[in-house]
Design a protein around this ligand. Structure first.
Ligand SMILES: [Zn+2]
Length: 306
């Protein structure tokens, strides 16, 4: 080997290393994780921010006849990223989207999936809430600091197929069952169960390691919904936010909600300052991601609305 080719080779090695370092420095989104055969999801976003849907999880079930999508993230851009990732694992048609509830980080990507020809499914109360908020959902995105650029191309697309208690989608070799969870995180919050593999998408009925947004919540109903999930034949659970979970996380969520509720009630009886109550609650319960963002607004929404 002559000296020139060895120098060239060193240069190309250096160039490859530089490109690799540059690529690693770009904040990448986690890829879709394979949960079991035919079921994939985003889980455990490590750097949640408004622009990446507050780390909301969203997933797919792939069957012989097509794909069911569970939740669509916060914007057209986020949904485009999701569709790109879906195409890395399957080229089947996207038949249905299920909106687990009406919050912006779960439904504002509907617009991109409608373009793919998907039928958008939601529990009737969830649809009613999306209709009621309408373009107000885009206003909320702005309120949370999402830029016009981040929201470019995003429109509010309503679900076109609703159910009241439950419905089943048959993908030929795999069934997907969507069920009303009962008043919990929201009035129409739904969970999605794949009986074949005992995987459950809990939507925001389960937050793992994240402090829940409770503003539209019903704590007693929420505890009942968690009890119902705990009684189901479930092997793994995709939470609305956080890592792939198990029934242990369902128990932890229940304990966390009840601890928050007891402390908030006790303090709200003596004070009408959300910030002062939040400061006391923070000392009493373990911290989770988005603790600071939601704790005072939860107090205002649930305990001081008179
Ligand atoms: Zn939510």
């Amino acid at each position: 080997m002559n000296k020139t080719s060895s120098v060239h080779r060193s240069f190309s090695v250096i160039a490859v290393v530089i490109i690799f370092i540059t690529l690693s420095a770009v904040p990448a989104h986690a890829a879709l994780t394979k949960i079991v055969e035919g079921v994939y999801s985003y889980v455990d976003e490590k750097s949640p921010s408004p622009a990446n849907s507050f780390g909301a999880n969203a997933g797919i079930v792939v069957g012989k006849d097509g794909i069911v999508v569970i939740d669509t993230l916060i914007s057209a851009k986020e949904a485009q990223r999701f569709i790109k990732d879906i195409r890395l694992v399957s080229d089947k048609p996207i038949r249905y989207v299920i909106d687990t509830h009406d919050h912006l980080d779960h439904v504002l990507g509907n617009c991109e999936f409608a373009k793919q020809g998907a039928t958008i499914v939601a529990q009737s109360e969830t649809k009613a809430a999306i209709v009621k908020n309408g373009d107000g959902l885009l206003g909320r995105a702005k309120y949370f600091g999402l830029t016009d650029e981040a929201m470019a191309g995003t429109t509010v697309v309503m679900p076109s197929l609703t159910f009241s208690d439950s419905m089943e989608i048959d993908l030929g070799d795999r069934k997907v069952r969507v069920m009303l969870a009962g008043p919990s995180h929201t009035g129409g919050s739904s969970i999605v169960y794949i009986p074949e593999s005992k995987v459950l998408f809990a939507g925001d009925v389960l937050f793992t390691n994240y402090h829940p947004n409770m503003r539209d919540g019903d704590i007693q109903g929420w505890v009942r919904s968690l009890d119902r999930i705990a009684a189901m034949d479930v092997a793994s659970i995709v939470p609305g936010h956080g890592p792939l979970s198990t029934k242990k996380d369902i128990d932890d969520m229940k304990v966390y909600l009840l601890a928050f509720d007891a402390k908030a009630k006790e303090l709200a009886a003596k004070s009408d300052s959300a910030d002062a109550i939040a400061a006391e609650i923070k000392k009493a319960i373990p911290s989770r991601t988005y603790f600071d963002m939601f704790i005072a607004s939860n107090v205002k929404g649930l305990y001081l609305k008179k």
